[in-house]
Design a protein around this ligand. Structure first.
Ligand code: ASP
Length: 309
């Protein structure tokens, strides 16, 4: 598939990982590799708006960096809930209608699942979902999958242990949906019941024939993994502080875990981490999370090129 055909198939908006197929991912990853380190002006005179109703460091800044590296311009508001007209009572739909007339693309982060789809339904420019509450985070999943391919040299047949907050964590949900496109991938969801993965995702994976297992302890599955995908317990989404306390310290990766991890396996994390990965792990070459975050720029350059060039 060429980049142009791929672009025509992008449906305009990027809302869910389920929009992607293998061909599209292959094109995107090839373009990301080609664009890595590039600085030119292929998106000159194009404007990207970042509209962030929830905090972000990597997603917003890597999108902005990607746009600037391709010669485009960036406008936006972080803390949109307080710094935009949302505080005056404006609906998301009205804000998006207006921003559509100021920019050629909107990157939206919001605290409600389904917000990106609502925005897309009224936008006259492409909307990219940069995380919608506990819903999805498709562009994080793209960079995560790209990282697995780069680090391990393959995706087919990989064994992935998703750990941590699989109930509220949107990145694991989106990545699991992308991985389901690759034959032979085995997924284990490692979490205590209070933050275990939702039945909706399991049903979608099983419908596609993916072999899924549930576990409570990482040590039970460590000898059978290629990727440990650790996640932060999403404090901001708990309504019951007791449940949060139960979940907070459930799964932690430290030197002892690393000693049991196969030499060829990697540890990933969408970041930010709190204390679910001990700092002593950072120096281990199998700790891939900072390389993973760095891959976000090239992936988002490829995506912006596909949507805007
Ligand atoms: N940065 C990721 C997200 O926005 C992971 C996290 O916040 O824990 O979903």
């Amino acid at each position: 598939m060429t980049a142009t055909t791929a672009r025509n198939r992008m449906l305009g908006h990027v809302i869910t990982a389920e929009q992607f197929d293998r061909d599209l991912l292959d094109v995107l990853f090839r373009r990301a590799t080609a664009l890595d380190g590039v600085r030119d002006d292929r998106l000159a005179h194009r404007i990207m708006a970042t509209l962030f109703y929830e905090p972000s460091t990597r997603t917003r800044l890597s999108f902005e960096s990607a746009m600037l590296r391709l010669g485009g311009a960036v406008i936006g508001t972080e803390a949109a809930r307080t710094f935009s007209s949302a505080i005056k009572g404006e609906t998301l739909e009205d804000t998006v209608r207006m921003v559509s007339t100021y920019a050629d693309l909107i990157v939206l982060r919001h605290d409600e699942a389904g917000a990106a789809a609502r925005a897309a339904s009224v936008a006259s420019v492409p909307v990219v979902n940069a995380g919608d509450g506990p819903g999805e985070h498709p562009t994080q999943a793209l960079l995560d999958l790209y990282t697995i391919e780069r680090e391990l040299g393959r995706v087919e047949g990989v064994r992935v242990a998703f750990c941590g907050d699989l109930r509220f964590g949107r990145t694991a949900r989106s990545l699991a949906l992308l991985l389901a496109l690759y034959p032979g991938v085995r997924m284990t969801f490692v979490a205590p019941p209070v933050i275990q993965v939702g039945g909706d995702i399991l049903a979608r994976l099983e419908a596609r024939g993916v072999e899924c297992r549930l576990a409570e302890q990482l040590t039970d599955v460590l000898d059978d993994v290629d990727v440990v995908y650790q996640t932060r317990v999403q404090k901001e989404r708990f309504t019951d502080p007791l449940e949060y306390e139960q979940a907070r310290t459930a799964i932690r990766i430290d030197g002892a875990i690393m000693r049991q991890l196969p030499a060829t396996a990697i540890v990933m994390h969408p970041l930010p981490r709190v204390d679910e990965i001990a700092p002593e792990v950072d120096a281990d070459p199998r700790a891939a999370y900072f390389r993973q975050a760095a891959n976000g720029v090239a992936i988002r350059m490829a995506l912006l090129e596909m949507l805007l060039a």
